[in-house]
Design a protein around this ligand. Structure first.
Ligand SMILES: Cc1cc2nc3c(=O)[nH]c(=O)nc-3n(C[C@H](O)[C@H](O)[C@H](O)COP(=O)(O)OP(=O)(O)OC[C@H]3O[C@@H](n4cnc5c(N)ncnc54)[C@H](O)[C@@H]3O)c2cc1C
Length: 468
């Protein structure tokens, strides 16, 4: 970036623009292994007005803009593939208002998810979306990926809590969508359009989110199985028995071992699979449903089903589950986590298919995830430096995506398409589905400056390129 451009960006942001080699390198990649591209500048605006000025300036100069929260996305959603400006929200990280009458919270995009959850909890309120990355991810990133989490089964995902947005559009105009209203059908639902748009349609500068009352009680249970299919069948049986637990998480043997080695919370090393089950609500109902789920798990072959005895024990179990990716990442140089998703009733079939595909391609795939949502995270531990192995990894994931689609599922349940899964999007949507999305993108962002090459990117398979 030449001096004139950098000077203009500094002028707009009161000096908060930089372009040292260290800065550019630090923002050239995100949480996705194997994807990297250098930006030209890193800019931290302090307000929607500054964002608007930056967008107008970049558009006039043809400079791409990549909005970035904490970069924890796992789909190469923030790689600056065409260079340009990485937009950070570290100066826009305030909780602006908790409205206890309307049960809403209004925040800037840079607020860390867990900080928001903790702040409303202190008022007896509950913001359910809880990606495992919640201690680092931002609300802007959560909204733009429409993130899920461990409570998705009962409480839904981020989109179910976004009531209104303020956003800077690719022409620099500032729009407000929705608001504190429980009902609002005035025109197209632009709130939903921007939610999950992966930063390709505009920059979110403020969000009003729905809160609900904090459930009065919560219980956590660990069920251990000697066979993976028993655990998967238990998931289907719980739902079929009309119980919707707050959390219904699954881990296979390899994940259990890695997590226990990392978190040391006493996970059972002898189990082939575990289910981590949580229910919340009125105490009597929670007790009844936990008892029923215990019986269902035992009927499906669980050799042990134990309730957590203390809140600390329950918390440790959930923290252990949230650390699955970090634990697996210690095993080999490269960890590739995917999120193929199937209808809940197909979890058992999908888990079996993943196992067979891993054996066929001779790759190591550990599986865990939000089993109650059918959202599995087959995670390959590998080494990107070995090209031949990376070809096998890519082939295995291709088969996993195809199998998920065959079972009525999708290529991504919560991590988004980004740059990484763009080659596979057509498998899910077909050419006409992609065409409708492209028409929306082209009409809102004709110069393609907002996070280019994401969702409908070039169709090269970077994971293999990295191994070269
Ligand atoms: C250990 C780990 C566990 C995870 N667990 C989960 C999980 O349980 N559930 C889940 O859904 N995901 C999970 N993720 C993925 C990731 O954390 C989520 O996608 C998260 O929402 C990304 O937030 P972020 O702030 O890091 O956003 P980033 O990664 O920085 O950005 C994500 C996307 O949002 C866009 N964006 C960011 N801010 C804005 C803005 N203000 N305006 C417009 N666009 C913007 C970016 O351009 C990009 O497309 C996990 C990741 C890790 C590393």
């Amino acid at each position: 970036m030449n001096d004139r451009l950098l000077k203009t960006l500094k002028g707009i942001t009161n000096g908060h623009a930089r372009a040292s080699q260290a800065d550019l390198l630090a923002y050239s990649y995100d949480g996705t292994p194997g994807f990297q591209a250098m930006p030209d500048a890193v800019v931290s605006p302090g307000s929607a007005e500054e964002v608007s000025e930056i967008v107008r300036f970049c558009r006039s100069e043809g400079i791409p803009i990549v909005p970035r929260g904490s970069g924890t996305n796992l789909s190469a959603g923030t790689t600056p593939t065409a260079g340009g400006v990485v937009l950070l929200f570290n100066r826009m990280n305030q909780i602006l208002e908790i409205d206890e009458e309307n049960l809403t919270v209004t925040v800037q995009p840079g607020v860390i998810t867990k900080d928001l959850i903790d702040a409303v909890e202190m008022r007896g309120l509950f913001y359910p979306p809880d990606p495992s990355s919640m201690k680092i991810s931002t609300i802007g990133g959560n909204i733009s990926e429409n993130s899920g989490g461990l409570r998705g089964l009962k409480y839904g995902v981020t989109k179910d809590y976004v009531l209104g947005l303020e956003a800077v559009m690719p022409d620099g105009s500032v729009i407000k969508t929705g608001g504190k209203l429980a009902k609002d059908v005035a025109g197209y639902d632009l709130t939903k359009l921007l939610t999950g748009a992966e930063g390709t349609l505009g920059v979110i500068t403020e969000a009003t989110l729905k809160l609900i009352p904090m459930p009065s009680s919560k219980k956590t249970m660990l069920a251990q199985f000697a066979a993976m299919d028993q655990a998967a069948e238990a998931v289907s049986a719980i739902i079929a028995n009309r119980i919707i637990p707050a959390t219904l998480e699954f881990m296979d043997r390899a994940t259990i071992r890695a997590v226990e080695d990392f978190a040391k919370v006493g996970l059972p090393l002898e189990a082939e699979a575990i289910l981590l089950i949580e229910q919340d609500g009125a105490e009597a109902a929670v007790n009844d449903e936990m008892q029923l789920m215990k019986e269902i798990c035992e009927k499906q072959g669980a050799f042990s089903v134990e309730l957590a005895k203390t809140a600390e024990e329950a918390n440790n179990l959930m923290t252990a589950r949230r650390s699955a990716l970090s634990a697996l990442a210690r095993l080999k140089p490269t960890t590739i986590l995917e999120d193929a998703t199937v209808p809940r009733s197909k979890v058992a079939e999908m888990v079996e298919a993943i196992t067979k595909i891993a054996v066929k391609h001779q790759v190591t795939i550990c599986t865990f995830g939000h089993a109650g949502d059918g959202n599995l995270h087959p995670t390959c531990i590998t080494d990107a430096r070995i090209t031949e192995e990376m070809h096998r990894v890519e082939a295995a994931f291709e088969e996993i995506f195809k199998e998920a689609i065959r079972l009525g599922g999708t290529i991504t349940g919560e991590h988004g398409v980004g740059e990484m899964k763009a080659p596979y999007l057509e498998w899910k949507l077909g050419a006409s589905g992609i065409n409708v999305m492209k028409l929306i993108k082209q009409s809102l962002d004709p110069d393609n400056i907002m996070n280019p090459n994401k969702i409908f990117g070039k169709s090269e398979k970077k994971r293999v390129v990295v191994g070269k």
